[in-house]
Design a protein around this ligand. Structure first.
Ligand SMILES: [Zn+2]
Length: 228
């Protein structure tokens, strides 16, 4: 007699899928069945992985969220975290031209804001399956909106549609923006090189992260959800 562990199967399949399977395999004796609602099946659409935008740990945080409100009156303080590579720990001097990686994979929104972010790349986090399912109009709308609001934006929260998404990361002051708006990037791929473009006094990376419009510390998210 072959047994079928219904409770275990429910971790991976919907009840409908299990019933279908069982109807095709009537010889199986069902065990461990409970009439409770099945948990949400593991779908391929899990939140994207996160990586540190820097390839090594020699990073110093130079400004945190909410700091220096006198310099950022419209957002009540610095809207993200500033991070810089320390190439030479002895001198503590951040250097430019280090590679910045995509903290999350997804849809790229990029541009240039001379008075603030400089060369900036935002990523609407999504895994490849989610990106494939995203309607072309939705992607185009995000691209258009990013271009429209970038000149006056002070934080990710100034882009209306981005508040709908769970994982949005922004990286600023890059030396360049090699990825065009509307392109797609995998987690950990090169996004830009560290720079000092825009309103910046030394080479560093400005980072922002929002979850459904709520500003959170990107590095905290990464530390808590680092998969690789
Ligand atoms: Zn900053």
């Amino acid at each position: 007699m072959a047994y079928f562990n219904y409770g275990e199967a429910r971790k991976y399949y919907t009840d409908q899928e299990i019933q279908e399977f069982l109807s095709q395999n009537p010889e199986l004796k069902v065990m461990n069945y409970t009439p409770e609602p099945a948990p949400t099946p593991q779908s391929p659409s899990q939140p994207p992985d996160f990586v540190s935008p820097f390839a090594n740990d020699q990073v110093v945080k130079t400004q945190g969220i909410g700091e220096n409100p006198q310099n950022y009156p419209s957002t009540g303080g610095h809207a993200g975290e500033d991070l810089a590579y320390i190439r030479n720990p002895e001198y503590g001097t951040p250097t430019t031209e280090d590679e910045i990686r995509a903290a999350i994979g997804g849809l790229v929104l990029s541009g240039y804001q001379p008075g603030g972010y400089g060369n900036v790349t935002a990523i609407v986090g999504a895994n490849p399956q989610e990106l494939a399912q995203m309607a072309p109009e939705e992607k185009q709308n995000l691209v258009n909106e990013f271009q429209q609001y970038l000149p006056t934006a002070n934080s990710l929260q100034d882009f209306p549609s981005l508040g709908k998404y769970e994982n949005v990361a922004l990286l600023g002051h890059g030396a360049d923006t090699p990825l065009p708006s509307g392109s797609e990037v995998a987690t950990g791929s090169a996004v830009m090189r560290e720079g000092s473009s825009g309103m910046s006094t030394a080479p560093h990376l400005h980072t922002e992260y929002t979850n459904k419009g709520q500003l959170k510390a990107l590095m905290d998210i990464i530390r808590n959800r680092l998969y690789r």
